[in-house]
Design a protein around this ligand. Sequence first.
Ligand code: KG4
Ligand code: ZN
Length: 346
Amino acid sequence: MSSTEPKILSIDTSCDETAAAVTSGLKILSNVIASQVKTHAKFGGVEPGVARREHQKLINPVIQESLKQAKIGMEGIEAIAVTQGPGLAIALEVGIEKAKELAQKFQKPLIAVNHMEGHLLSPFAQDHKGERGISYPKFLALGLLVSGGHTELVLMKDFGKYELVGQTLDDAAGECFDKVARILELGYPGGPALSKMAQAGNDGAFRFPIPLKWSEDLNFSFSGLKTAALYLSQKLGDINSEVKADFAASFEKAAVAHLVDKLTKAAVKFKPKMILIGGGVINNQRLQREVKEGMAYLSIPVHLAFENDLLTDNAAMIGISANFKFQREEFVKDPEKLERIPNLSF
Ligand code: KG4
Ligand code: ZN
């Protein structure tokens, strides 16, 4: 167990993606994601019971595929890692049970990972050749994590040393994108559709208030934007695709401005040496651009994962986090007793 580049099989079933990956140190050997998006689309959101059944159906084939793509058998795996939380309780359970079963059957150490630490460390992921990814980390680092369930600002003093300094007081940013997309009848999950539509729109057409602009604290709030969108859509009634694009662009402008405003306040306060960004909403091009521009102004480098599959939910990021835990020998002491923590925090 002294490998410096341990080969780890990781599993994530925290929400609606069944994911397994094999990593070697920070190198990604495989990253398999079976999305249940189409199954949940008819419900207009994630149905926990349905997610659990889908995870149960998909978990074995996804793990087999991740081993196959990495060209490795269980004998070559040095540890099993699994997401312990945060996430949907009955979805998390599927991955945890499978990880326990494999750890027991093949006598491998088990590593429990915080899904949000996975998003935070995703910029450290390297491709299979050991290229890409952050080569010289500098601390203090500041993380901005923006996903469907979380919106967080995290200070990172070192690997394993984190402090949550800001979070949403109500809805998560991704949730808000999804709800506004639903108001505009853009389908589920609406974030990607809304941001695509926004590209053709005039972002000055409608005025959305930037939440908590005058507050110096580092928390977020997205429920006001959602309500503003609902009132505006009621006022406008039936709208054509041109007005929808203007609506989407105006909303996106305010949502991104809110995220960048709080990130900037945190950066000015803590003077980090690098910024790490992760989570599904980071796929948003306007957000990426404005974060980079804003931080360039403060001369702070911004790092994000080298491919989009590492931004949305995946198991490779769990492997990256597990790699550092392996180095610190942070293994689960009693694997049989490992339990999900749906509201696990930093
Ligand atoms: O990190 P993630 O895959 O899952 C969670 O852990 O929640 O994030 C999913 C969220 C969804 O709300 C989705 O609509 C949003 O990320 N998202 C986007 C974009 N791509 C994905 N939101 C805005 N713009 C995008 N381009
Ligand atoms: Zn996530």
